[in-house]
Ligand binder design. Structure first.
Ligand SMILES: *Cc1c(COP(=O)(O)O)cnc(C)c1O
Length: 395
């Protein structure tokens, strides 16, 4: 049976070339970077080389603006809690974010509400895009931070980040973006796009799990999230994940080097799949068709349950998801699909496929045969589908 891993938005396979660069730091060079002897110093050198590499890959002015963390969730927590708490001392207690952020942002903002912050949740409209003019309108005298994700993890929409960055800079408000899904899929330049803080993680771009970074523009001082030792210039305690950091830098370099080639390969295949699946009656594509991550396909099929579809796909060798990995297993429909205005019963029948470079023409052929068959099979035993068809007949 054909095997297709189509859940790269949840996590990716470790690139063997990345593992090779990590290996010395998992074996012989195990020293603590804070130590003075040779294998400690070697580990420290590796961390600093990775820091420089990552800084230059995102267009940062200085390597000292990169702080290593345990991944995207920690970076989001630190960026928003850190800036909000620091700004509160200056009387700024208003936060702006969007309705379809990752839970690492939404739950963080929710926690800050309990600390007395007020929050404006921006609409993302039917196409799944934040409107820069809405950001401009929402900014107040007491706004501490604007946080808008670079690309959505469920529907893949890529936000107008440079426009939002320009507005925030002009109004003197700090701008954070969760770029976890965007990295390696679209060009990122923190200077050009006027981004003040940027969350990253390695495992969504064929790097290891449990390591990421937060870019913090020079001059911004978020409060500390992880107290302890003096690592990361006293801003984030904990012995460095040396092998992970080395792997992260290697993976990001490969992802950015191979970006155009990957886009050229994946986008036509993805479009062929979308066009084919849209032939299924009462199907829809979620999120803007063009401002979209290269590998993302997110569709709804009315009258079926997304979970049943996923189980059948799995039985046929296809790993997919119904939205975010974090909400799978819960019966609530995705907050992202509700935010773009889908009714509950439609949002339930969703499927997200997220591809990487290894997707082939034959894989698409296979999916174009398999998915319609499963949808038909499930609809044939769905009382909901029967009702939909009955209503259709009665006009
Ligand atoms: C996966 C993801 C995260 C969480 O990153 P971890 O490294 O798994 O903590 C945050 N934001 C977005 C958009 C993601 O897709």
């Amino acid at each position: 049976m054909r095997k297709i891993y189509a859940d790269n938005a949840a996590t990716t396979a470790l690139d063997p070339r990345v593992l090779e660069q990590m290996m010395p730091y998992l074996t012989t060079v195990y020293g603590n970077p804070s130590s003075l002897y040779r294998i400690g110093a070697q580990a420290k050198d590796a961390v600093e080389t990775a820091r420089e590499k990552i800084a230059s890959l995102i267009g940062a002015k200085s390597a000292s603006e990169i702080y290593f963390t345990s991944g995207g969730s920690e970076s989001d927590n630190w960026a928003i809690k850190g800036v909000a708490r620091a700004m509160k001392k200056r009387g700024k207690t208003h936060i702006i974010t969007s309705k379809f952020e990752h839970h690492a942002v939404l739950h963080t903002v929710h926690a800050l509400k309990k600390e007395g912050f007020t929050v404006t949740m921006l609409d993302v409209y039917e196409n799944g895009l934040v409107r820069p003019e809405d950001v401009a309108e929402a900014i107040r005298e007491d706004t501490a931070i604007v946080s808008v994700m670079y690309a959505n993890n469920e529907i893949g929409t890529i936000q107008p980040i440079a426009e939002i960055g320009a507005i925030c800079r002009q109004r003197g408000v700090i701008f954070h973006t969760d770029a976890v899904q965007a990295m390696g899929n679209t060009p990122i330049d923190v200077e050009q796009q006027q981004i003040d803080l940027l969350s990253m993680t390695a495992h969504k771009l064929h790097g290891p799990k449990g390591v990421g970074a937060l870019y913090i523009r020079k001059g911004i001082r978020p409060s500390i999230l992880i107290d302890g030792g003096a690592q990361e210039r006293g801003m984030r305690a904990g012995t460095e994940n040396v092998a992970g950091i080395v792997g992260f830098a290697a993976a990001l370099e490969l992802a950015i080097d191979g970006m155009q080639q990957r886009i050229d390969h994946v986008v036509p295949l993805r479009n062929r799949l979308i066009d084919g699946l849209l032939q299924i009656e009462r199907s829809r594509l979620n999120g803007d068709r063009d401002a979209r991550l290269p590998g993302n396909v997110n569709m709804c099929f009315e009258g079926i349950e997304g979970e049943s579809l996923l189980l059948r796909l799995d039985m046929n060798g296809v790993s997919a998801s119904s939205g975010s990995a974090c909400t799978s297993g819960s019966l609530d429909p995705s907050h992202v699909l509700l935010a773009i205005g889908l009714p509950h019963e439609v949002a339930h029948g969703s499927m997200r496929l997220s591809f990487s470079d290894d997707i082939s023409d034959e894989d698409i052929d296979y999916l174009l045969e398999l998915v319609p068959n499963i949808v038909t099979y499930l609809r044939n035993m769905s009382p909901l589908w029967e009702t939909i068809k009955k209503n259709e007949r009665n006009g």
